[in-house]
Design a binder for this molecule. Structure first.
Ligand code: FAD
Length: 408
Protein backbone atom coordinates (compact mmCIF):
# COMPACT_ATOMS: atom_id res chain seq x y z
CA UNK A 1 0.00 0.00 0.00
CA UNK A 2 1.37 3.44 -0.94
CA UNK A 3 2.28 5.67 2.04
CA UNK A 4 -0.26 8.39 2.79
CA UNK A 5 0.64 11.75 1.25
CA UNK A 6 -1.26 14.67 2.79
CA UNK A 7 -2.25 17.62 0.65
CA UNK A 8 -1.06 19.90 3.44
CA UNK A 9 0.94 19.65 6.66
CA UNK A 10 0.48 22.66 8.92
CA UNK A 11 3.25 22.98 11.53
CA UNK A 12 2.02 24.87 14.60
CA UNK A 13 -1.56 24.61 15.91
CA UNK A 14 -1.80 28.17 17.18
CA UNK A 15 -4.08 30.95 16.00
CA UNK A 16 -2.84 31.08 12.39
CA UNK A 17 -2.22 27.35 12.01
CA UNK A 18 -5.69 26.26 13.16
CA UNK A 19 -7.29 28.87 10.91
CA UNK A 20 -5.32 27.76 7.81
CA UNK A 21 -5.90 24.06 8.53
CA UNK A 22 -9.65 24.47 9.04
CA UNK A 23 -10.13 26.57 5.89
CA UNK A 24 -8.10 24.15 3.73
CA UNK A 25 -9.78 21.11 5.32
CA UNK A 26 -13.25 22.52 4.71
CA UNK A 27 -12.30 22.99 1.04
CA UNK A 28 -11.75 19.23 0.88
CA UNK A 29 -7.95 19.12 1.21
CA UNK A 30 -6.41 16.36 3.29
CA UNK A 31 -4.71 18.26 6.13
CA UNK A 32 -2.51 17.20 9.06
CA UNK A 33 -1.91 19.68 11.88
CA UNK A 34 1.26 19.14 13.92
CA UNK A 35 2.25 20.81 17.21
CA UNK A 36 4.85 19.94 19.83
CA UNK A 37 2.79 21.34 22.72
CA UNK A 38 0.74 19.15 25.03
CA UNK A 39 -2.00 21.76 25.43
CA UNK A 40 -3.77 23.35 22.46
CA UNK A 41 -3.68 27.11 21.83
CA UNK A 42 -1.72 28.24 24.90
CA UNK A 43 -1.15 31.80 23.62
CA UNK A 44 -4.83 32.23 22.89
CA UNK A 45 -5.62 30.90 26.38
CA UNK A 46 -3.40 33.41 28.22
CA UNK A 47 -4.15 36.36 25.95
CA UNK A 48 -6.15 39.39 27.01
CA UNK A 49 -5.98 38.35 30.67
CA UNK A 50 -7.75 35.05 29.83
CA UNK A 51 -10.48 36.72 27.72
CA UNK A 52 -8.50 37.00 24.44
CA UNK A 53 -8.48 40.38 22.75
CA UNK A 54 -9.25 38.53 19.52
CA UNK A 55 -9.44 41.46 17.10
CA UNK A 56 -9.68 45.22 16.74
CA UNK A 57 -12.56 46.76 14.81
CA UNK A 58 -10.30 49.58 13.61
CA UNK A 59 -7.71 47.28 11.99
CA UNK A 60 -5.82 48.85 9.05
CA UNK A 61 -2.34 48.17 7.60
CA UNK A 62 -1.16 51.26 9.55
CA UNK A 63 -1.45 49.22 12.76
CA UNK A 64 1.37 46.90 11.69
CA UNK A 65 5.16 47.16 11.58
CA UNK A 66 6.88 45.55 8.61
CA UNK A 67 9.72 46.32 6.23
CA UNK A 68 6.98 46.40 3.59
CA UNK A 69 4.01 48.15 5.26
CA UNK A 70 1.73 47.30 2.28
CA UNK A 71 2.30 43.53 2.39
CA UNK A 72 -0.43 42.80 4.95
CA UNK A 73 -3.09 44.73 3.01
CA UNK A 74 -4.27 41.86 0.80
CA UNK A 75 -4.76 39.29 3.59
CA UNK A 76 -6.34 41.86 5.95
CA UNK A 77 -8.87 42.92 3.34
CA UNK A 78 -9.67 39.29 2.47
CA UNK A 79 -10.62 38.46 6.07
CA UNK A 80 -11.76 41.35 8.27
CA UNK A 81 -12.70 41.70 11.95
CA UNK A 82 -16.37 41.49 10.79
CA UNK A 83 -15.65 38.09 9.20
CA UNK A 84 -14.25 36.82 12.49
CA UNK A 85 -17.30 38.20 14.35
CA UNK A 86 -19.56 36.23 11.99
CA UNK A 87 -17.66 33.07 12.96
CA UNK A 88 -18.11 33.87 16.67
CA UNK A 89 -21.84 34.39 16.05
CA UNK A 90 -22.13 30.92 14.51
CA UNK A 91 -20.74 29.51 17.74
CA UNK A 92 -22.78 31.78 20.02
CA UNK A 93 -19.64 33.33 21.55
CA UNK A 94 -20.47 36.60 23.29
CA UNK A 95 -18.00 39.49 23.22
CA UNK A 96 -17.65 43.10 24.24
CA UNK A 97 -15.65 46.13 23.15
CA UNK A 98 -13.15 47.73 25.51
CA UNK A 99 -10.73 50.56 24.95
CA UNK A 100 -10.04 51.78 21.36
CA UNK A 101 -11.87 49.12 19.32
CA UNK A 102 -10.43 46.13 21.21
CA UNK A 103 -12.83 43.16 21.29
CA UNK A 104 -12.73 40.55 24.08
CA UNK A 105 -14.69 37.37 24.87
CA UNK A 106 -17.32 37.85 27.58
CA UNK A 107 -16.48 34.49 29.15
CA UNK A 108 -13.15 32.96 28.28
CA UNK A 109 -10.44 32.63 25.63
CA UNK A 110 -11.10 28.90 25.85
CA UNK A 111 -14.27 29.53 23.76
CA UNK A 112 -12.08 30.63 20.83
CA UNK A 113 -9.81 27.60 21.16
CA UNK A 114 -12.79 25.24 21.15
CA UNK A 115 -14.32 27.08 18.19
CA UNK A 116 -11.13 26.68 16.14
CA UNK A 117 -10.82 23.05 17.17
CA UNK A 118 -14.37 22.40 15.94
CA UNK A 119 -13.68 24.27 12.71
CA UNK A 120 -10.75 21.88 12.17
CA UNK A 121 -12.99 18.89 12.95
CA UNK A 122 -15.46 20.14 10.31
CA UNK A 123 -12.57 20.03 7.83
CA UNK A 124 -11.58 16.49 8.96
CA UNK A 125 -8.12 17.74 9.92
CA UNK A 126 -5.83 15.00 11.35
CA UNK A 127 -4.03 15.95 14.56
CA UNK A 128 -0.47 15.08 15.56
CA UNK A 129 0.00 16.52 19.02
CA UNK A 130 2.28 16.49 20.91
CA UNK A 131 4.63 15.82 18.01
CA UNK A 132 8.05 17.45 17.63
CA UNK A 133 9.18 18.22 14.09
CA UNK A 134 12.88 17.50 13.67
CA UNK A 135 13.45 18.50 10.06
CA UNK A 136 11.69 19.31 6.80
CA UNK A 137 13.17 18.56 3.38
CA UNK A 138 11.84 18.92 -0.13
CA UNK A 139 11.95 15.61 -2.00
CA UNK A 140 10.85 15.99 -5.59
CA UNK A 141 7.43 17.64 -5.53
CA UNK A 142 6.71 16.64 -1.92
CA UNK A 143 7.93 17.63 1.52
CA UNK A 144 9.27 15.04 3.93
CA UNK A 145 8.68 15.99 7.58
CA UNK A 146 10.73 14.03 10.09
CA UNK A 147 9.22 13.99 13.55
CA UNK A 148 9.44 12.04 16.77
CA UNK A 149 6.37 10.14 15.50
CA UNK A 150 7.96 9.10 12.24
CA UNK A 151 8.05 10.69 8.80
CA UNK A 152 5.02 12.53 7.39
CA UNK A 153 4.81 13.32 3.69
CA UNK A 154 2.83 16.26 2.30
CA UNK A 155 2.62 18.07 -1.02
CA UNK A 156 2.49 21.45 0.74
CA UNK A 157 3.78 22.69 4.10
CA UNK A 158 2.53 25.69 6.09
CA UNK A 159 4.85 27.02 8.77
CA UNK A 160 2.71 28.53 11.54
CA UNK A 161 5.07 28.11 14.48
CA UNK A 162 4.80 31.75 15.58
CA UNK A 163 7.55 33.89 17.09
CA UNK A 164 9.92 33.54 20.03
CA UNK A 165 7.90 35.39 22.69
CA UNK A 166 7.27 33.39 25.88
CA UNK A 167 9.61 30.42 25.32
CA UNK A 168 8.31 29.03 28.64
CA UNK A 169 5.06 28.25 26.70
CA UNK A 170 6.87 26.40 23.91
CA UNK A 171 7.71 29.29 21.54
CA UNK A 172 10.67 28.50 19.28
CA UNK A 173 12.73 29.94 16.43
CA UNK A 174 11.72 27.00 14.23
CA UNK A 175 10.25 29.22 11.49
CA UNK A 176 13.38 31.35 11.27
CA UNK A 177 15.70 28.33 11.14
CA UNK A 178 13.60 26.76 8.43
CA UNK A 179 13.53 30.01 6.46
CA UNK A 180 17.34 30.14 6.55
CA UNK A 181 17.53 26.47 5.51
CA UNK A 182 15.57 27.40 2.37
CA UNK A 183 17.81 30.49 1.80
CA UNK A 184 15.05 32.95 2.66
CA UNK A 185 15.87 36.38 4.07
CA UNK A 186 14.88 37.01 7.67
CA UNK A 187 14.34 40.47 9.17
CA UNK A 188 16.26 40.57 12.44
CA UNK A 189 13.92 39.32 15.18
CA UNK A 190 13.51 41.30 18.42
CA UNK A 191 11.19 41.20 21.41
CA UNK A 192 8.26 43.63 20.90
CA UNK A 193 5.26 44.75 22.97
CA UNK A 194 7.69 44.38 25.84
CA UNK A 195 8.59 46.32 29.05
CA UNK A 196 11.66 48.57 28.85
CA UNK A 197 14.44 48.47 31.42
CA UNK A 198 17.06 50.93 32.69
CA UNK A 199 20.45 50.66 34.38
CA UNK A 200 19.97 49.95 38.07
CA UNK A 201 21.72 53.11 39.33
CA UNK A 202 19.92 55.40 36.92
CA UNK A 203 16.56 53.85 37.74
CA UNK A 204 17.00 53.64 41.51
CA UNK A 205 15.31 57.03 42.29
CA UNK A 206 12.23 56.01 40.28
CA UNK A 207 11.93 52.47 41.68
CA UNK A 208 9.82 53.87 44.54
CA UNK A 209 7.15 54.66 41.94
CA UNK A 210 6.71 50.95 41.13
CA UNK A 211 3.03 50.10 40.57
CA UNK A 212 2.02 53.66 39.70
CA UNK A 213 0.26 54.24 36.41
CA UNK A 214 -0.38 57.52 34.58
CA UNK A 215 -1.72 58.65 31.18
CA UNK A 216 1.17 60.00 29.08
CA UNK A 217 2.31 60.69 25.52
CA UNK A 218 5.33 58.63 24.42
CA UNK A 219 7.51 59.30 21.39
CA UNK A 220 10.52 57.60 19.91
CA UNK A 221 13.22 58.59 19.22
CA UNK A 222 13.42 61.70 21.40
CA UNK A 223 13.87 64.14 18.51
CA UNK A 224 11.78 66.93 17.01
CA UNK A 225 10.20 64.59 14.42
CA UNK A 226 9.77 61.21 16.15
CA UNK A 227 9.10 57.99 14.24
CA UNK A 228 6.07 57.15 16.36
CA UNK A 229 3.89 58.55 19.16
CA UNK A 230 1.31 56.91 21.41
CA UNK A 231 -1.09 58.41 23.97
CA UNK A 232 -1.55 55.61 26.50
CA UNK A 233 -0.97 54.70 30.13
CA UNK A 234 2.52 54.13 31.44
CA UNK A 235 3.29 51.88 34.42
CA UNK A 236 6.36 52.25 36.65
CA UNK A 237 8.02 48.96 37.65
CA UNK A 238 11.02 48.05 39.86
CA UNK A 239 13.28 47.65 36.81
CA UNK A 240 11.81 50.26 34.45
CA UNK A 241 8.63 51.05 32.58
CA UNK A 242 5.71 48.99 31.33
CA UNK A 243 1.97 49.45 30.72
CA UNK A 244 0.17 49.71 27.37
CA UNK A 245 1.96 52.89 26.26
CA UNK A 246 5.42 51.41 26.80
CA UNK A 247 4.47 48.09 25.18
CA UNK A 248 3.30 50.01 22.11
CA UNK A 249 6.35 52.25 21.82
CA UNK A 250 8.75 49.34 22.55
CA UNK A 251 7.91 47.87 19.13
CA UNK A 252 9.30 51.05 17.53
CA UNK A 253 12.29 51.48 19.86
CA UNK A 254 15.77 50.65 18.60
CA UNK A 255 18.59 49.90 21.07
CA UNK A 256 20.59 53.00 21.98
CA UNK A 257 17.72 55.41 21.34
CA UNK A 258 16.14 57.68 23.96
CA UNK A 259 12.40 58.07 24.32
CA UNK A 260 10.53 61.22 25.24
CA UNK A 261 7.63 61.13 27.70
CA UNK A 262 5.12 63.92 28.12
CA UNK A 263 3.89 63.41 31.66
CA UNK A 264 0.99 65.85 31.29
CA UNK A 265 -0.08 65.67 27.63
CA UNK A 266 -3.43 67.40 28.12
CA UNK A 267 -2.24 70.29 30.28
CA UNK A 268 -0.33 73.43 29.32
CA UNK A 269 2.04 73.24 32.30
CA UNK A 270 3.89 76.47 31.60
CA UNK A 271 0.67 78.49 31.53
CA UNK A 272 -0.67 76.69 34.58
CA UNK A 273 2.48 77.36 36.61
CA UNK A 274 2.88 80.98 35.55
CA UNK A 275 -0.82 81.73 36.10
CA UNK A 276 -0.56 80.22 39.58
CA UNK A 277 2.03 82.82 40.59
CA UNK A 278 -0.75 85.25 41.32
CA UNK A 279 -2.56 82.63 43.40
CA UNK A 280 -0.96 83.37 46.77
CA UNK A 281 0.65 80.72 48.98
CA UNK A 282 0.25 77.53 46.99
CA UNK A 283 3.34 75.29 46.94
CA UNK A 284 4.64 73.76 43.69
CA UNK A 285 4.01 70.22 45.02
CA UNK A 286 0.39 70.95 45.97
CA UNK A 287 -0.33 72.56 42.62
CA UNK A 288 1.05 69.59 40.67
CA UNK A 289 -0.84 67.25 43.00
CA UNK A 290 -4.08 68.52 41.44
CA UNK A 291 -3.04 66.97 38.12
CA UNK A 292 -0.73 64.09 39.08
CA UNK A 293 -0.91 61.23 41.60
CA UNK A 294 0.68 62.42 44.88
CA UNK A 295 3.37 59.71 44.70
CA UNK A 296 4.48 60.89 41.26
CA UNK A 297 4.87 64.46 42.51
CA UNK A 298 6.80 63.37 45.60
CA UNK A 299 9.26 61.08 43.82
CA UNK A 300 9.58 62.25 40.23
CA UNK A 301 10.37 65.89 40.97
CA UNK A 302 13.22 65.32 43.47
CA UNK A 303 14.67 62.56 41.25
CA UNK A 304 15.00 64.93 38.31
CA UNK A 305 18.60 66.25 38.35
CA UNK A 306 17.84 69.21 36.09
CA UNK A 307 15.49 70.80 38.64
CA UNK A 308 16.60 72.78 41.73
CA UNK A 309 16.45 70.90 45.05
CA UNK A 310 13.52 71.72 47.33
CA UNK A 311 11.32 72.98 44.49
CA UNK A 312 8.34 70.94 45.72
CA UNK A 313 8.05 72.87 48.97
CA UNK A 314 8.55 76.33 47.46
CA UNK A 315 5.62 78.67 46.97
CA UNK A 316 4.88 79.01 43.24
CA UNK A 317 4.84 82.79 43.67
CA UNK A 318 8.47 82.73 44.91
CA UNK A 319 9.88 80.62 42.05
CA UNK A 320 11.46 82.59 39.19
CA UNK A 321 9.64 82.35 35.84
CA UNK A 322 12.74 80.79 34.31
CA UNK A 323 12.61 77.87 36.77
CA UNK A 324 8.85 77.38 36.32
CA UNK A 325 9.37 77.26 32.56
CA UNK A 326 12.15 74.74 33.05
CA UNK A 327 9.87 72.64 35.27
CA UNK A 328 7.08 72.73 32.67
CA UNK A 329 9.51 71.75 29.91
CA UNK A 330 10.82 68.79 31.97
CA UNK A 331 7.29 67.55 32.66
CA UNK A 332 6.37 67.73 28.99
CA UNK A 333 9.65 66.22 27.87
CA UNK A 334 11.19 63.59 30.14
CA UNK A 335 13.93 62.01 28.04
CA UNK A 336 15.40 58.70 29.01
CA UNK A 337 17.40 55.98 27.31
CA UNK A 338 16.42 52.39 28.13
CA UNK A 339 19.31 49.96 28.60
CA UNK A 340 17.25 47.20 26.96
CA UNK A 341 13.97 45.32 26.97
CA UNK A 342 12.70 42.68 29.39
CA UNK A 343 13.33 40.13 26.59
CA UNK A 344 11.30 37.33 25.04
CA UNK A 345 10.26 35.97 28.44
CA UNK A 346 8.08 39.05 28.98
CA UNK A 347 7.36 40.10 25.38
CA UNK A 348 3.92 39.61 23.83
CA UNK A 349 5.29 39.22 20.33
CA UNK A 350 8.39 38.99 18.17
CA UNK A 351 9.10 41.81 15.76
CA UNK A 352 10.80 40.87 12.45
CA UNK A 353 10.66 37.37 10.97
CA UNK A 354 10.51 35.98 7.45
CA UNK A 355 11.07 38.87 5.02
CA UNK A 356 7.79 39.56 3.22
CA UNK A 357 9.75 40.05 -0.03
CA UNK A 358 10.18 36.26 0.00
CA UNK A 359 6.40 35.68 0.04
CA UNK A 360 3.42 36.16 -2.25
CA UNK A 361 1.08 38.58 -0.47
CA UNK A 362 -2.16 36.86 -1.55
CA UNK A 363 -1.25 33.30 -0.57
CA UNK A 364 1.76 33.67 1.77
CA UNK A 365 3.58 31.12 -0.41
CA UNK A 366 7.36 31.32 -0.65
CA UNK A 367 8.14 32.63 -4.14
CA UNK A 368 11.25 30.47 -4.57
CA UNK A 369 9.87 27.25 -3.02
CA UNK A 370 6.47 26.25 -4.46
CA UNK A 371 4.34 24.51 -1.84
CA UNK A 372 6.00 26.17 1.19
CA UNK A 373 4.04 28.84 3.11
CA UNK A 374 4.71 31.01 6.18
CA UNK A 375 1.84 32.60 8.12
CA UNK A 376 1.12 34.41 11.41
CA UNK A 377 3.74 35.87 13.69
CA UNK A 378 6.61 34.04 11.93
CA UNK A 379 6.26 36.61 9.11
CA UNK A 380 7.69 40.14 9.36
CA UNK A 381 4.27 41.67 10.15
CA UNK A 382 3.93 42.79 13.77
CA UNK A 383 0.74 44.32 15.10
CA UNK A 384 0.19 46.96 17.73
CA UNK A 385 -1.19 46.03 21.11
CA UNK A 386 -4.99 45.71 21.00
CA UNK A 387 -6.09 42.63 19.02
CA UNK A 388 -4.14 43.37 15.84
CA UNK A 389 -1.81 40.39 16.15
CA UNK A 390 -4.65 37.90 16.32
CA UNK A 391 -6.35 39.64 13.38
CA UNK A 392 -3.15 39.12 11.36
CA UNK A 393 -3.00 35.47 12.47
CA UNK A 394 -6.63 34.86 11.37
CA UNK A 395 -6.28 36.81 8.11
CA UNK A 396 -2.95 35.30 7.02
CA UNK A 397 -4.24 31.84 7.98
CA UNK A 398 -7.39 32.28 5.89
CA UNK A 399 -5.47 33.71 2.90
CA UNK A 400 -3.18 30.70 2.93
CA UNK A 401 -5.99 28.20 3.61
CA UNK A 402 -7.87 29.49 0.56
CA UNK A 403 -4.77 29.39 -1.68
CA UNK A 404 -3.49 25.89 -0.87
CA UNK A 405 -3.82 23.61 -3.89
CA UNK A 406 -6.10 20.56 -3.88
CA UNK A 407 -4.71 17.29 -5.28
CA UNK A 408 -4.75 17.25 -9.10
C1 FAD B 1 0.97 37.03 27.11
C2 FAD B 1 0.48 37.29 25.72
C3 FAD B 1 -0.74 37.91 25.53
C4 FAD B 1 -1.18 38.20 24.24
N1 FAD B 1 -2.38 38.81 24.08
C5 FAD B 1 -2.82 39.11 22.83
C6 FAD B 1 -4.10 39.69 22.64
O1 FAD B 1 -4.89 39.84 23.59
N2 FAD B 1 -4.45 40.04 21.37
C7 FAD B 1 -3.63 39.82 20.28
O2 FAD B 1 -4.00 40.16 19.15
N3 FAD B 1 -2.44 39.22 20.44
C8 FAD B 1 -2.03 38.85 21.68
N4 FAD B 1 -0.82 38.22 21.83
C9 FAD B 1 -0.05 37.88 20.61
C10 FAD B 1 -0.66 36.61 19.96
O3 FAD B 1 -0.81 35.60 20.95
C11 FAD B 1 0.23 36.09 18.83
O4 FAD B 1 0.59 37.12 17.95
C12 FAD B 1 -0.48 34.98 18.06
O5 FAD B 1 -0.76 33.90 18.92
C13 FAD B 1 0.39 34.49 16.91
O6 FAD B 1 -0.26 33.43 16.29
P1 FAD B 1 0.58 32.30 15.54
O7 FAD B 1 -0.40 31.26 15.15
O8 FAD B 1 1.44 32.90 14.51
O9 FAD B 1 1.55 31.70 16.66
P2 FAD B 1 1.17 30.98 18.02
O10 FAD B 1 -0.22 31.27 18.41
O11 FAD B 1 2.28 31.32 18.94
O12 FAD B 1 1.24 29.44 17.65
C14 FAD B 1 2.43 28.79 17.31
C15 FAD B 1 2.25 27.31 17.59
O13 FAD B 1 3.39 26.64 17.07
C16 FAD B 1 3.82 25.67 17.99
N5 FAD B 1 5.26 25.46 17.76
C17 FAD B 1 6.28 26.32 17.96
N6 FAD B 1 7.44 25.74 17.60
C18 FAD B 1 7.14 24.50 17.17
C19 FAD B 1 7.90 23.41 16.66
N7 FAD B 1 9.23 23.52 16.53
N8 FAD B 1 7.26 22.27 16.32
C20 FAD B 1 5.91 22.16 16.43
N9 FAD B 1 5.13 23.13 16.90
C21 FAD B 1 5.74 24.29 17.25
C22 FAD B 1 3.52 26.26 19.35
O14 FAD B 1 3.39 25.23 20.32
C23 FAD B 1 2.20 27.00 19.08
O15 FAD B 1 1.08 26.17 19.33
C24 FAD B 1 -0.37 37.88 23.10
C25 FAD B 1 0.83 37.21 23.30
C26 FAD B 1 1.26 36.91 24.59
C27 FAD B 1 2.57 36.19 24.75
Amino acid sequence: MAALVYDVAVIGAGAAGMMAASVAGQRGLRVVLIDHATKLGEKIRISGGGRCNFTNVGTTPANYISKNPHFCRSALSGYTPQDFLRLLKDYGIAWHEKHKGQLFCDDSAEDIIQMLRQECEKGHVSWRMPCAVESIAKQGDDFSIRSNQGTITARQVVIATGGMAIPQLGATDFALKLARQFDLKVIEPRPALVPLQFDGGEWQPFAALSGLSAPVRLSVPAVAKPRMKFDEDLLFTHRGLSGPGILQISSYWDPGEALAIDLAPDVNMEKLLLDAKSGGKQQVGNLLGQYWPKRLVEHWLPANPTLPAGLLQQRVADVPDKVLKQLAASIHRWELAPSGTAGYKKAEVMRGGVDTAMLDQRSLQVRSVPGLYFIGEAVDVTGWLGGYNFQWAWASGVACGRALQPAA
